[in-house]
Design a protein around this ligand. Structure first.
Ligand code: PBG
Length: 332
C-alpha cells in the first residue's frame, strides 16, 4: 500500500495520538548516575569541563546520592580519586581507600533502595594514569600495560569493593580476561551473588576528555589505544568483545561511548541475551552543555532526544550525567 492510501502522518496529528503509538520509552529507573568522590576535599569541587558535575566530598556525595535515589533513578556508579597516586594504583584495593570508604557510606545510607555500582579500573589510582601496571617491553624498551599482571590488581580491587558494599562490579580497564579474573576472585571469597557488569565494548575515545579532568587520570605518556578498542574496526569486534565477556561470566555488558557508537550498540543488543548498558560519556555531556550555554540548542529536548536514541539503539540501561535531571523531566 502506498500513497494516497498510506499516509504515515495520520498517526502524528495530535500529541495524544503520538503518545499512544510511541514505543521507545526511557524511564528514570533505566538511568544510572556516575559520581566522583575525592579524598581530602573540604568542599565539593566543580569540574570546569563538565558544568553542573562536581567532585564530591564523602558528605556531599551522601546527600547527592540520597537525592538521586529520591528522583527515582536506577542506580549510581562510583568513581574515586585518591589523594596520593602510585605506580601500582594502591588506592584501588586499599580498604581505607576513598572508593571503599564512600561505598561503605553509601551502602549504609541507601541499603537496597538503589543499585550501588563501582567502576573498577586503575587509572584513577596510578601516577602514570594508565589503566593497568606498566612493564618495559624487553625488545623495544617502550612502556606498555602488562595485561596479566594487571588482572591480579583488578581481582584484588574487586574484593575490596565487594567487602565495602558494592552491589555491582563494573570493570572498565579493557584488559583481556578481566571478567574471568574478577569472577574467580569474587567466587573464591563467597561473593557469588555479586554481578559483574563489564564495560565490554569500550573504544579509545576523545569523548573521555572531560572525564580525565574529573578523575584526574590523564595518561602521563602515550594513550589508551593499546588496550581500548579502535573505532576504525567494524561492528563485529564490538560484538566479539561482548560475547567474550559473557563467556567469562559477565552478567551484563556495556557499550561506551554512546552517541558515536549507536551502530555497535544495536549490534551488541541483538547479539546478546543479557542486559546492555550504554555510557553517555563526559564529552557527550560537555558538548551539549557548551552549546546550550550559548543558547544554540534546546538543552532539555536535546538531552531527551539523545537518551531516546540510545534506548532505540538497544540499551536497557543508560549511564548519564543527566540522570537526576532527566528523571525529573521524564516523570513530569
Ligand atoms: C576508566 C574510565 C574512563 C571513563 C569511565 N571509566 C576513562 C577512560 O577510559 O579514559 C570515562 C567516562 C566518561 O568520559 O564520562 N576508569
Amino acid at each position: 500500500m502506498t500513497y494516497p492510501a498510506s499516509r504515515p502522518r495520520r498517526l502524528r496529528r495530535t500529541p495524544a495520538l503520538r503518545r499512544l503509538v510511541a514505543d521507545v520509552r526511557v524511564s528514570p529507573a533505566d538511568l544510572v548516575l556516575p559520581v566522583f568522590v575525592k579524598e581530602g576535599l573540604r568542599e565539593p569541587a566543580p569540574i570546569a569541563s563538565m558544568p553542573g558535575v562536581v567532585q564530591h566530598t564523602r558528605d556531599s556525595l551522601r546527600k547527592a546520592a540520597v537525592e538521586a535515589v529520591e528522583a527515582g533513578i536506577g542506580g549510581l556508579i562510583l568513581f574515586g580519586i585518591p589523594a596520593v597516586k602510585d605506580a601500582r594504583g594502591s588506592g584501588a584495593d586499599d580498604p581505607e581507600g576513598i572508593v571503599q570508604l564512600a561505598l561503605q557510606d553509601l551502602s549504609a545510607e541507601l541499603g537496597d533502595d538503589t543499585v550501588l555500582m563501582s567502576d573498577l579500573c586503575l587509572d584513577e589510582y596510578t601516577d602514570h594514569g594508565h589503566c593497568g601496571l606498566l612493564e618495559r617491553h624487553p625488545g623495544t624498551g617502550e612502556w606498555t600495560v602488562d595485561n596479566d599482571a594487571t588482572l591480579a590488581r583488578y581481582a584484588s580491587a574487586a574484593l575490596a569493593q565487594a567487602r565495602a558494599g558494592s552491589q555491582v562490579i563494573a570493570p572498565s580497564g579493557m584488559m583481556d580476561g578481566q571478567v574471568a579474573a574478577i569472577r574467580a576472585a569474587l567466587d573464591g571469597e563467597g561473593f557469588t551473588h555479586l554481578p559483574v557488569w563489564s564495560y565490554s565494548t569500550k573504544y579509545a575515545s576523545a569523548f573521555y576528555g572531560p572525564f580525565r579532568d574529573a578523575a584526574e587520570c590523564t595518561p602521563q605518556f602515550g594513550d589508551r589505544a593499546g588496550y581500548q578498542q579502535d573505532g576504525a574496526r567494524g561492528i563485529d569486534e564490538g560484538v566479539r568483545e561482548a560475547l567474550l565477556d559473557i563467556a567469562e561470566g559477565a552478567d551484563a555488558v556495556m557499550v561506551k561511548p554512546a552517541l558515536a557508537y549507536l551502530d555497535v550498540l544495536r549490534a551488541v543488543a541483538d547479539a546478546v541475551d543479557v542486559p546492555v548498558a550504554a555510557y553517555q560519556v563526559s564529552g557527550e555531556y560537555a558538548m551539549v552543555e557548551a552549546a546550550a550555554a550559548h543558547g544554540w540548542i534546546d538543552r532539555q529536548r536535546i538531552v531527551l532526544e539523545t537518551l531516546t536514541g540510545i534506548r532505540r539503539a538497544g540499551a536497557t540501561t543508560i549511564l548519564t550525567y543527566w540522570a537526576v535531571e532527566a528523571a525529573g523531566w521524564l516523570r513530569d
